[in-house]
Design a protein around this ligand. Structure first.
Ligand SMILES: *Cc1c(COP(=O)(O)O)cnc(C)c1O
Length: 364
């Protein structure tokens, strides 16, 4: 896409979409990330040529040369957001924020930026053509996964000259079937997620690959998720493997660790900062040490802790385990402020509450 020309999408509807009956069966219990819609978006990039060949087409395997750069050096980034059915409307939550973050990740991984309007248009087109895949259940949604990787066939180490941008969509059931349940987190003694100067603020597959051993350790320890401490002092709480974290104190104040390059700037995190302030909480972005976390949980000063991200929106954290022991927060029950913020945000996302910040984008 050169000279500001608008990229035209070539539309090739899937000639053999899943039948309505089969789709209904799949949507009855989609789980997460296992069921996919009939279509995908692909856009190619070549150095000197820019973005070209934008398509909305049948979802299909992507042929790839074994020397494609991404398979060797992991030049890959992604995004995640949801589309919702709200009465007759189909909406997305803050897609421009995902576009901006996608491009911030692209810069960090030395990849080309995709114009924000093309990113949002790609989502709109996919959601529109596959809207029958948005489950009817009021807690369900269509998860959108835009991603980009180095497709150039080359084993030399440098930023690739060719990329493929792609969007796929996956119907997702209610995250908490049977009510919101607090999770237990594992404070990893062995692993960190992101170091200063590293890729912690970029949404790249490599960060996730590096977190899997820690997540496995968490499961081994009987926990649901790993929480990472900072890589330099091993003292301050950064975030979970794929969720940001908030602390709620007895005076009503709410604290989340500051973005400093090692924390992924969550869009849910950003929305909660706004909503918590509007709800009258004193809100601060400040470091929280693990020692203070433990001491404040023991003294009762710390009342609630929760994690947040697109998939679960807000997940209460009821217990914390580390090699030398464990402690609980709020008696292991979801906290009041946590649940109130969750409700407020979900209501905005689902079109049940006013949207004063213009976060909800209509697809149709
Ligand atoms: C995506 C992600 C989050 C949450 O971001 P949202 O925009 O709220 O979904 C938090 N931490 C990490 C490491 C992530 O990859």
């Amino acid at each position: 896409m050169s000279g500001g020309d608008k990229l035209d999408f070539e539309i090739r509807p899937n000639p053999a979409p899943v039948t309505a009956a089969d789709r209904a069966a799949l949507l009855a219990n989609p789980g997460f990330g296992r069921v996919f819609t009939d279509h995908m978006v692909t856009i190619r990039y070549a150095e000197g040529k820019g973005w070209y060949d934008a398509r909305l087409e049948a979802r299909a395997p992507i042929p790839m040369d074994p020397a494609a750069a991404v398979l060797h050096y992991a030049q890959e980034i992604f995004e995640g957001l949801k589309a919702y059915r709200t009465g007759d409307a189909v909406t997305m939550f803050r897609p421009e924020a995902n576009a901006a973050r996608f491009n911030a990740s692209a810069r960090r991984l030395a990849m080309p930026e995709l114009p924000g309007e093309t990113f949002v248009e790609s989502l709109r087109r996919l959601v529109e053509i596959d809207q029958a895949w948005i489950p009817e259940h009021e807690d369900a949604s269509l998860y959108l996964r835009p991603f980009m990787f180095a497709s150039e066939v080359f084993l030399g180490v440098r930023p690739a000259n060719e990329y493929l941008y792609c969007v796929i969509a996956s119907p997702a059931g209610a995250y908490f079937a049977g009510g919101v349940k607090p999770v237990t987190v594992w404070v990893s003694p062995d692993y960190t997620r992101a170091a200063p100067g590293g890729t912690g603020a970029a949404k790249c597959g490599g960060n996730y690959a590096a977190s899997l051993a820690a997540q496995a350790e968490a499961i081994e320890a009987g926990c649901d998720q790993v929480v990472f401490l900072d890589a330099v002092q091993r003292k301050y709480v950064d975030e979970l493997g794929g969720m940001n974290v908030f602390f709620v104190y007895d005076d009503g104040s709410i604290v989340t660790p500051p973005l400093g390059g090692t924390i992924l700037p969550g869009i849910t995190r950003d929305a909660i900062l706004t909503l918590a302030a509007e709800a009258g909480h004193e809100v601060r972005e400040a470091p929280v040490s693990f020692d203070d976390w433990r001491a404040d949980a023991a003294s009762g000063r710390l009342r609630e802790v929760f994690a947040c991200g697109t998939a679960a929106v807000i997940t209460p954290i009821g217990g914390v385990r580390f090699p030398d022991g464990e402690f609980s927060i709020g008696g292991g029950e979801p906290g009041q402020a946590t649940m109130a913020l969750r409700q407020k945000l979900v209501d905005i996302q689902r079109g049940r509450a006013e949207d004063p910040h213009g976060w909800v984008t209509r697809v149709r």
